[in-house]
Design a protein around this ligand. Structure first.
Ligand SMILES: Cc1cc2nc3c(=O)[nH]c(=O)nc-3n(C[C@H](O)[C@H](O)[C@H](O)COP(=O)(O)OP(=O)(O)OC[C@H]3O[C@@H](n4cnc5c(N)ncnc54)[C@H](O)[C@@H]3O)c2cc1C
Length: 399
């Protein structure tokens, strides 16, 4: 007789493995499947924000993650004209860089230790709802039964389109990265975000993985003529004193369309990037994957006792929107209005003169809550006031 799991989770990245962990911790019977065998690499900048670390802490993983991570104490923004501003990441916030090869394996192992069953090498082609739950069909003809499915397949949209969940391919960011060693200078413990020599809107990053090693990459929202991610990557690193490249340049899309994305369908919830949950300004998505995994697990536990019905599905969508909609709208707004070369050239020197603005920008870059007093209307008013008071600075910033 075929075993019907309480939940079949498809995708064992941070979103899927966190969901599986939180479900197993509540005694739920979980099957977690992934097309890959672990440890596996995931093309990423490897930056972990305070949001991500809070969830990892609640999974009991923080000390292990810290042991494998490079501690970040500040962030630096370099404007298109080369001027830079730096802010400390304050004591309440912690940030790390941890290679995904290590991080994802740690999270998956935590889910398995908690009780989830993991099946590697399963490529799910589509998920089909039925009267008692769902069937996840694999490429090789196998089928897995569950009462509920959680899809955490990241930016790979195949399962979502074949299952009729995503009607069209969403517009995604393009990104590429490579690892570098033997950097000429010892790396400051800093997230460096560079807006020089990258397509706009977008940025390049140097995230240190060790004193003389870094994850270097570029991510941008494609516009006409912006070209491929790999080409943008080469243009970006050409101008940097960057040491020896280790391994290939890898490109991958980033879905940032949560505001327009479905989050559920019959007997199925979407988690992490499968729901478009990546910050549209920064391209950070590990944090939202972990957080939405935690939300989904709590909601599934409720559904397994009270019943899986339309209201339960819409409640999941509501919970995600309550948690993430404000920060996503704010981040899109900043991306579309502030990530313009001329404005960035103005903002960076302005931030250098205003420590409180620098600190506020740090919280935006880290994806923390929209800072009060620095919402879209306020930011526009502050900038307009500054330009009226300092007309000569506006001209200099363009030089
Ligand atoms: C170049 C780049 C740089 C980035 N930098 C950062 C950063 O510094 N910090 C940050 O927070 N975020 C960053 N991101 C975003 C981040 O990588 C993702 O948002 C995050 O990995 C999403 O987690 P997830 O669990 O939703 O999906 P994923 O981590 O993508 O995991 C999805 C899993 O599903 C599996 N899968 C997919 N399809 C199937 C299928 N059909 N059947 C079975 N298994 C399947 C995959 O093998 C994979 O293991 C970056 C992304 C890119 C591309």
């Amino acid at each position: 007789m075929v075993h019907v799991h309480d939940v079949v989770v498809v995708g064992a990245g941070p979103g899927g493995s966190a969901t599986a962990h939180f479900l197993s911790a509540r005694g739920v019977d979980v099957l977690l499947v992934d097309r890959a065998t672990f440890p596996r690499d995931k093309t990423c900048g490897d930056g972990l924000t305070p949001r991500a670390l809070r969830v990892l802490d609640s999974m009991g993983l923080l000390s292990e993650v810290r042991a494998h991570g490079f501690n970040i104490e500040a962030y630096e923004v370099v404007a298109p004209n080369g001027r830079a501003t730096t802010a400390k990441i304050s004591g309440a916030h912690e940030a790390l860089v941890v290679p995904r090869l290590i991080l994802d394996d740690l999270i998956l192992r935590r889910a398995v230790d908690t009780g989830a069953r993991f099946e590697p090498g399963v490529t799910v082609s589509r998920v089909e709802p039925n009267s008692s739950g769902i069937t996840a069909h694999a490429d090789d003809g196998r089928a897995f039964q569950g009462r509920i499915a959680v899809l955490a397949t990241g930016a790979a949209t195949g399962v979502l389109t074949r299952s009729g969940i995503l009607p069209a391919q969403p517009r995604a960011m393009l990104a590429a990265r490579a690892y570098f060693e033997n950097l000429p200078n010892a790396q400051e413990p800093t997230f460096q975000l560079r807006f020089d020599n990258v397509p706009s809107p977008g940025y390049g990053w140097i995230f240190p993985t060790a004193e003389r090693a870094a994850n270097v990459g570029v991510g941008f929202f494609p516009r006409k003529g912006s070209g491929t991610a790999v080409r943008a990557f080469h243009r970006f690193v050409e101008h940097l004193p960057i040491g020896t490249q280790v391994g290939p340049v890898k490109g991958y899309p980033i879905r940032v369309d949560f505001l327009r994305s479905p989050t559920q369908t019959k007997n199925t919830l979407l988690v992490g990037e499968a729901a478009g949950l990546v910050n549209p300004l920064t391209g950070e998505g590990i944090d939202y994957a972990l957080e939405s995994g935690q939300i989904a697990a709590e909601h599934v536990v409720q559904g397994l006792t009270s019943g899986v019905h339309q209201t339960w599905l819409s409640d999941y969508d509501r919970l995600l929107r309550e948690r993430f909609e404000k920060i996503f709208r704010f981040s899109e707004w900043i991306r579309d209005w502030y990530c313009r070369p001329a404005l960035l050239n103005l903002l960076v020197p302005l931030a250098n003169r205003r420590p409180e603005l620098r600190q506020r920008l740090a919280t935006i870059v880290l994806g923390e809550r929209e800072p009060r007093g620095y919402g879209p209307a306020n930011m526009a008013a502050r900038l307009a006031l500054y330009l009226v008071r300092n007309p000569r600075r506006a001209v200099q910033a363009h030089d």
